[in-house]
Design a binder for this molecule. Structure first.
Ligand code: PBG
Length: 335
């Protein structure tokens, strides 16, 4: 009886899914190499391959290796890199003064990359966490019970100007202090860097998915705990409307591109932000998202290549124009 069961249907959605070519014709979202930004970690000296244990395939690179990597990424069509320094712990202080040293690691890295691959867009983080003993993104209040907003912003402005002097294309404040985008825009302009842009980490959540990154740059170890809390400045994962508020504030203050971070668990936020403004929207697929896919693949529980692609496609579909992802190179090779 089931054998000759027939439905009298006008609409059969499966018609458009019958062949690979039909599916390609009607695909609504595509991932392009030009959408990807590769985050890279840099260290001083000439270390032997220094793989980050919780991020398979991601290495802390010496400046010469970083330059080589940037040349390869550029050849693959990746438009931009975001550089993160892993500092010698001896250089860390409570006030993070090393961040303002004109010869500090990340500035030397920027100059080397810009010299070797001038067309590659270089982005640097504006935040003090790689430089502070306590691992916070800013300096602490006199009572040591919180990060001092305004004093931190003053330092971040100087840091952004140093980065502009070194030749970055965009500075990316990832600190979540109030008012920092406007202050940094003003500091850059006053110093004559009107062409340097700001990618604002506008809706950056207080997320557990940053764990592997903190291993990579040593900010959690510096704090003496993996449970370093940034809850007084990063957003509460419970909040959605607030993300739109943060984005609109940053745009009013002069952000060129706004960012949502993390990405995979925050697709609703990416969509809200996309609908709320006309600026380019970036999303950061963070270290923990990368680690999660790799861990499951290593156990044989997920297919690495397919999950990688699907995770990024979902972020684009949600509304991101640009994606920061540790998978950038793998994807570029595959596309
Ligand atoms: C710090 C910073 C963090 C990341 C980028 N910049 C971590 C944090 O806020 O502690 C996380 C990136 C990742 O997890 O991949 N300003």
């Amino acid at each position: 009886m089931a054998k000759d069961f027939k439905l009298d249907l006008t609409h059969r959605s499966r018609r458009l899914r019958r062949t690979a070519s039909r599916r390609a014709m009607v695909a609504e979202t595509t991932l392009r190499v030009a959408d990807l930004i590769a985050p890279l970690f840099v260290v001083d000296g000439k270390p032997k391959p220094d793989e980050i244990s919780s991020m398979p395939g991601v290495f802390r690179l010496s400046i010469p290796d970083l330059v080589k990597e940037c040349q390869e990424l550029h050849a693959l069509g990746i438009p931009a890199v975001a550089l993160f320094p892993k500092l010698d712990p001896k250089l860390k202080t409570d006030l993070g003064q090393e961040a303002l040293n004109r010869q500090t690691l990340v500035l030397r890295a920027v100059r080397a990359v810009k010299k070797a691959v001038p067309e590659l867009t270089v982005i640097t983080d504006v935040a003090l966490d790689p430089y502070t003993t306590h691992g916070h993104d800013g300096v602490l209040t006199a009572a040591l019970d919180d990060v001092d907003n305004d004093r931190t912003v003053g330092i971040l402005c100087q840091m952004a100007v140093r980065q502009a002097e070194a030749g970055v294309d965009f500075v990316a404040p990832s600190d979540m202090m109030d008012g920092r985008v406007g202050a940094i825009r003003q500091a850059l302009d006053q110093a004559g860097h009107t062409g340097v842009g700001i990618i604002a980490y506008s809706a950056k959540y207080n997320s557990a998915y940053y764990g592997p990154f903190r291993d990579a740059v040593g900010s959690a170890q510096a704090a003496g705990t993996r449970l370093l809390s940034k809850a007084t400045y990063q957003m509460d994962p419970a909040n959605r409307r607030e993300a739109v508020e943060e984005v609109l504030l940053d745009l009013r203050e002069g952000a060129d591109i706004v960012m949502v971070k993390p990405a995979g668990a925050y697709l609703d936020i990416i969509r809200d932000v996309r609908n709320a403004c006309r600026a380019p929207v970036a999303a950061y697929q963070v270290s923990g998202e990368y680690a999660q896919i790799h861990a499951a693949a290593k156990l044989g529980w997920l297919d690495l290549a397919r999950c990688r692609h699907e995770s990024l496609l979902a972020i684009k579909r949600a509304g991101a124009d640009l994606i920061l992802t540790y998978f950038a190179k793998d994807i570029a090779k595959g596309l």
